[in-house]
Design a protein. Structure first.
Lengths: 259, 202, 835
């Protein structure tokens, strides 16, 4: 399976916080479709609950209050979920074949059977998305790959009453957001293009997203340098030994004895 | 039959082979991880089994590596001007035919340095390996460990074949020591004059 | 809703006041967002910066309970700046009507209307009347200049609602008031429309009815009634609460909004006489003149052949209210608390959490002999005897629990806020021992009936004579299983004889005996038709011998392009999607706003019934009569005797104009507008009987200095009985919380997330503090007033570990609106301290 999505058939979710009303139908719909359990939580002085993504919470609404000039406050609701990066840090770092894979619609899906529970994907993800379930297997949004393969929308987008979550062809979604007046679409080009794209009215930071999301440099260094080096090193060592053997030959004690 | 001296204890030999086997197993599985090699995974049945094998082999490797410290650490740290001279002339490996190298003890400078490198690299790969295995929720530590683990891996994949070559083809007879532990006295006198002196054979 | 959910998308300005649709009616936000995409503006007025406020173009904070001051200011602004829709006001409202010169209003009587009796706290409404001409039609001044005309009285009444005064009462900054007024008043043009969305934030006040009346006046002034994208839209609190209200849930009405008879109305003619409004104006349709047909058809539906002309169609069998008796929710529980009630059915409800002063309600349940609870889950009512502070040994109430299946386990109809009766199907069989409500009622009915048959009893007829043709009967005559289609058909009604239109020559056959009624237009007062609920007549009908369940239709045609979808299910009345739609056209029948034409008169096209040219196209009009200006034309507001919208509304208990009064509990010593601090017409009977010192107790009590309100969150449903058992919902909202400003929190030494104790004169509960800028302190009458708010979904019984907290209704006051007796849960006083 290709690591990067097929550009022609890439599906995406367009998140428009301007029309999100924080009703959290998406949280419940996700649990319903994926049959995820509810956690025992506490009210921590905010509507946001569970506080962050969890193995049983593939998406959450992040509530944040930021200063406003005209109102007591600005209250932002924004969906937090897997970004389905084209250049996916989790896939890059994952050691287990088939554990995290790219669907033909471009989603980053996973196979618990193949997951080895190493949790490297957690470290490799620029957005702190992957979580582990009680069996120590990866658990995260998979863009309802099972629904979209059947021509349905992901459960969250299906239930969203206002269109804050819209599912469709990535190119078309970007075009529609631009037509609606959003100049820059978060995730349009970042990390090779995200599969969860955001129409932000303000700087991404305000919504809790990094201006320029990146795969950790160490992972890139590892991928670009160490991985080839591990092959070159082995090959070099073997080749070196053979050359040494052919050119110089083995160590000779006998000559010492004779001299 | 010429007189033989014991160069390696049975324990040392056993430990060496434990270390060797575990290390090679770790390298094989390591390559499996690194490049998601399905055939390698297939050897173990499932992805998860290979991870279990790698992790627990890592523990064996760790214990074994610690074991080597009793055998070689003291000796390896005992460096003198002879060692420096040995290095300068590449231990004689760069010359076809025989050259006189400075007198060596039970293990030569190359072996000392090799051991120290393996020890340091081994500690690095062990520490980082355990950190990846056991520590959760500390992203920077995991990423750092991942980096160190792989850096050390590169060291190992270079060092291990070199070691095998030097212990077999490059130095006929050496392998025998890691099997029987014994070395002909005559050979020992030439190769390990300092050691022989120490034990009064020279 | 006068309009419907989809229609919100047609508005130019959406005013959300008294509701928080983003949280409680999320689907409505879909249509608000569609409106916004078209360039519409959203105004939110709320004490708290809600999820809806977060989406608003203009947000104005307002202290709970000051809505009439806020809206009164808007009325003044509209009048002062001549922003009203002149033709509409003149032709379609009673603005030009001349009022009895003896009528006096709060501007003259310091907060009272003429006719007030202090002792009974009631008005004699004699002077709240119109001057009649010799024909018996109200006198009018089309110039709107006469000092006694409604328009001038309105002007005079709201002259006191200056921006300064309103700002002092509401705590809304003056510039915000002006911003809201200006924006909303911009819909006074013929081609601009504004809609209002309210919910319990408006109704649950001692001035609740008048809150809505104030908005009705504004909508009439701006010409927004009957228009696409206009209207007054009640966002109902439950998916089928519209249906249950339509079918007579409330104590004062029978199905179809027929008043519950009182004991003094001893005969059917007396009842019909009293409740049939009269008009002498030939242009007024006065639809309620058909009252006699509807009550008779109702009696025929429930008593069948036992309802005969000779026995007044069984009118005597109907239960009657004693004169002056108020059988409202609060009074029921007060009686129960006094030990005057023997038994109680808590069916699909949880009063131990939903009723004000809930602790007293729980005590009241302990005074019953028996209680039957019918519900999906065990709840705080069913288990009240083992609740906090209860000693099961002391409680003698025998409690029965009947497990009821959920809505997806049965077939039936559901009426949404937009009056659409939508048929739905059974998805799965009822789980365990649970049964549908109708099957439980069927069981109950036959057992009660057989007891009456065996033992006689004082008055068995009302039970034993009921028709119950709901399915196949067993050997004992008991219906084996209720066929809900039969119920729906009974509601629609039948022709019991061949029914003819006797006005036609020769008389024309309207319907054949035994057929389902075509619509309420065919209902008769002579017992030849039946209908369980006249407004639903046409919902399950018959065309050319074919029976059609109109509610099951799923057509998606939208000929007007306004989203009326006339073939999607069925809306009462007669599939009319926007009521009062005759007010959306000018007197010639041309739409005020041709771009959003709900209906328009086509003078050429032949009427399919009469074959004569001239017919309305678009939505089902409010009556087929030609436009008002034509010879046979009619006024648009057909449900009103005078045919026009009531700016002056003498029907209510507390005044023909809404007047600002403070809530029973308020932070002010006095009403800044008059000497009447609280609504003079509100009933204080219970408080007086209990000897509560009103003057001292409720206002400016230093023990309870904070204004409080209750609300809902989208994650929970009502008292939470259906949602607190769902781990998914509980995960999102696990505990009762109290939202408060940072300033108040600092004053009280409370940190975000702290556990706090909230107390009122009725009791206290704990809550988790949510310290936020979404609540800001108000400047009221020059001083700082803090407000807090909390959801009421929680209860002690579940989650079982008690981690959720208890109901906010432990705090709310036991007082009702002057007209409806709906409890005042949305404005009361509390205190908060760190727990």
């Amino acid at each position: 399976m290709a690591n990067t999505p097929n550009k022609n058939n890439r599906k995406a979710i367009l998140v428009t916080p301007e029309v999100c009303i924080g009703c959290r139908g998406c949280q419940t719909a996700c649990k319903s479709w994926n049959q995820l359990p509810g956690q025992k939580t506490k009210n921590l002085g905010t509507y946001q609950n569970p506080p962050d993504l969890a193995s049983s919470a593939f998406n959450i609404i992040r509530y944040s209050e930021v200063p406003s000039e005209t109102n007591p406050v600005r209250w932002l609701f924004v969906s937090r979920r897997c970004m389905h990066c084209a250049d996916a840090g989790c896939m890059k770092i994952c050691p287990a074949p088939g554990a995290i894979y790219r669907t033909k619609e471009g989603a980053v899906a996973f196979d618990k059977e193949k997951c080895i529970g190493c949790r490297l994907c957690v470290a490799g993800c620029p957005f702190d998305v992957p979580r582990y379930d009680k069996d120590n297997k990866i658990s995260k949004c998979h863009l309802c790959y099972d629904r979209i393969a059947e021509g349905l929308q992901p459960a969250c987008a299906k239930t969203c009453p206002t269109g804050a979550l819209r599912f469709g062809d990535r190119d078309k979604l970007i075009e529609s957001a631009k037509q609606a007046g959003y100049g820059k679409i978060y995730g349009e080009a970042d990390l090779g293009g995200l599969g969860s794209i955001f129409a932000f009215k303000d700087a991404p930071k305000l919504y809790g997203y990094a201006e320029k999301p990146n795969i950790p440099e160490s992972v890139i260094f590892w991928h670009n340098v160490l991985k080839p080096l591990a092959v070159i090193g082995l090959g070099g060592a073997v080749a070196g030994a053979l050359i040494h053997f052919a050119v110089i030959g083995p160590h000779k004690d006998e000559e010492v004895k004779k001299s | 039959m010429s007189e033989m001296v014991r160069k390696a204890t049975i324990a040392e030999i056993v430990n060496h082979w434990i270390l060797a086997v575990s290390c090679i197993l770790l390298i094989i599985t390591g390559y499996g991880f690194l490049f998601q090699l399905k055939p390698v995974y297939a050897l173990f049945g499932s992805n998860y089994t290979m991870k279990v094998v790698h992790n627990w082999t890592g523990l064996v490797f760790t214990l074994s590596l610690f074991g080597t410290m009793f055998n070689y650490l003291h000796e390896a740290l005992d460096l003198s001007s002879d060692d420096w001279n040995w290095i300068k002339m590449g231990g004689g490996y760069l010359t076809k035919g025989h050259v006189d190298v400075p007198p060596m003890g039970k293990i030569n400078t190359g072996q000392k340095l090799y051991y120290l490198a393996i020890l340091i690299g081994g500690l690095g790969i062990i520490a980082s390996g355990f950190a990846i295995w056991l520590v959760q929720g500390m992203r920077t530590l995991t990423l750092l460990s991942h980096l160190i683990h792989n850096l050390c891996f590169v060291l190992f994949v270079v060092a291990v074949p070199a070691h095998i070559y030097l212990g077999t083809l490059a130095n006929p007879g050496l392998l025998q020591i890691m099997i029987s532990g014994m070395v002909p006295l005559e050979v020992a006198k030439k190769r390990y004059p300092k050691w022989m002196k120490e034990i009064g054979k020279l | 809703m006068t309009n419907h959910w989809i229609d919100i998308r047609n508005a130019d300005v959406v005013l959300v006041m008294g509701s928080n649709p983003a949280s409680n009616h999320p689907i409505s936000m879909k249509w608000i967002m569609r409106a916004k995409e078209r360039g519409a503006k959203l105004i939110v007025v709320d004490p708290r910066f809600t999820q809806t406020a977060a989406k608003a173009d203009v947000y104005a904070a307002m202290r709970s309970g000051s809505d009439i001051a806020f809206l009164g200011g808007m009325i003044k602004y509209i009048l002062d700046n001549n922003l009203y829709f002149k033709d509409y006001v003149l032709d379609y409202t009673n603005a030009s009507f001349l009022v009895n010169p003896d009528f006096k209003g709060p501007s003259e009587l310091d907060g009272l209307f003429s006719g007030y009796d202090v002792k009974t706290r009631k008005y004699d409404k004699k002077t709240w009347s119109f001057q009649m001409d010799e024909k018996g039609v109200p006198k009018k001044d089309p110039a709107l200049k006469d000092p006694n005309c409604v328009f001038q009285l309105l002007k005079k009444n709201y002259a006191r609602y200056t921006i300064n005064k309103v700002s002092g009462i509401t705590g809304t900054p003056k510039e915000k008031l002006e911003e809201v007024y200006k924006l909303y008043a911009s819909t006074g043009k013929p081609n601009k429309v504004g809609t209002e969305l309210y919910a319990m934030g408006w109704t649950q006040h001692t001035i609740g009815t008048q809150n809505i009346r104030a908005m009705c006046i504004i909508q009439l002034l701006l010409g927004n009634m009957g228009m696409a994208g206009g209207g007054i839209n009640a966002l109902r609190g439950e998916s089928n609460v519209q249906g249950s209200t339509d079918h007579g849930l409330l104590f004062h009405i029978l199905p179809g909004y027929l008043p519950t008879p009182t004991a003094s109305l001893a005969s059917l003619p007396a009842y019909i006489e009293k409740y049939t409004p009269k008009t002498k104006d030939p242009k007024s349709v006065n639809w309620w003149s058909n009252r006699g047909k509807y009550i008779t058809s109702y009696l025929k539906a429930i008593y069948g052949s036992s309802a005969t002309k000779e026995n007044d169609f069984g009118y005597a069998y109907l239960p009657k209210l004693d004169e002056g008796m108020n059988a409202s929710w609060l009074n029921l529980f007060y009686k129960m608390w006094q030990g005057k009630t023997e038994g109680f059915f808590a069916w699909g409800q949880n009063p131990a959490c939903s009723t004000p002063a809930a602790k007293y309600v729980r005590d009241a349940l302990g005074k019953l002999k028996w209680m039957v609870t019918a519900n999906l889950f065990d709840n705080e009512t069913a288990s009240f005897w083992r609740g906090p502070g209860m000693n099961p040994k002391d409680i003698q109430t025998e409690v029965f629990f009947l497990p009821v299946c959920s809505s997806v386990e049965k077939e039936g109809s559901l009426s949404n806020s937009g009056r659409w009766a939508q048929w739905r199907y059974k998805a799965i069989e009822p789980i365990g021992q649970s049964k549908s409500d109708s099957d439980i009622m069927n069981e109950l009915y036959f057992r009660v009936k057989s007891l009456y048959q065996k033992q006689g009893g004082k008055f068995p007829e009302p039970i034993v004579k009921l028709t119950w043709n709901y399915g196949e009967k067993d050997a004992n005559g008991k219906v084996k299983e209720v066929n809900i289609h039969n119920v729906a058909k009974e509601i629609n009604g039948y022709y019991l004889e061949d029914v003819y239109d006797k006005t036609a020559t020769p008389p024309k056959l309207l319907g054949k005996k035994g057929d389902l009624c075509a619509s309420f237009v065919h209902l008769q007062a002579d017992g030849t038709t039946s209908s369980g609920n006249w407004i639903y007549s046409q919902s399950y009908t018959q065309k050319e011998g074919k029976i059609i369940n109109m509610m099951a239709r799923r057509g998606k045609n939208d000929p007007t392009g306004l989203g009326l979808y006339p073939e999607w299910t069925w809306a009462w009345p007669v599939n009319r999607r926007i009521i009062y739609n005759r007010a959306s056209v000018d007197p010639q029948g041309k739409p005020w706003d041709p771009k959003r034409a709900v209906i328009k008169w086509d003078p050429v096209k032949p009427d399919p019934n009469t074959k004569k040219p001239g017919v309305w196209v678009g939505d089902v009009p409010d009556g087929p009569a030609p436009p008002m200006a034509s010879e046979k034309g009619k006024y648009p507001f057909i449900m009103r005797a005078d045919g026009v919208g009531a700016i002056f509304g003498p029907g209510l208990a507390d005044g023909p104009f809404p007047e600002h009064y403070e809530s029973l509990e308020c932070p002010l010593e006095e009403n800044l507008l008059s000497k009447q601090r609280i609504n003079p017409a509100v009933s204080l009977k219970i408080q007086e009987e209990l000897g509560v010192d009103l003057a001292k107790y409720y206002s400016c009590d230093v023990r309870y200095p904070l204004v409080a309100t209750t609300y809902r969150v989208s994650e929970h449903w009502q008292t939470g009985v259906m949602t607190r058992h769902l781990p998914w919902q509980l995960e999102m909202q696990p505990q009762v919380f109290l939202e408060m400003s940072k300033e108040l929190a600092a004053e009280k030494g409370i940190q975000n997330g702290d556990k706090v104790t909230v107390s009122s004169a009725r009791g206290d509960i704990w809550a988790i503090a949510m310290v936020t800028d979404r609540f800001r302190p108000f400047k009221i009458a020059g001083s700082t007033v803090h407000q807090v708010g909390l959801p009421w979904h929680f209860g002690w019984q579940y989650p079982e570990d008690g981690s959720g907290g208890d109901s906010a209704n432990i705090l709310t006051p036991f007082i009702g609106d002057a007209n409806t007796m709906i409890p005042e849960s949305k404005a009361f006083m509390v205190n908060v301290k760190k727990a």
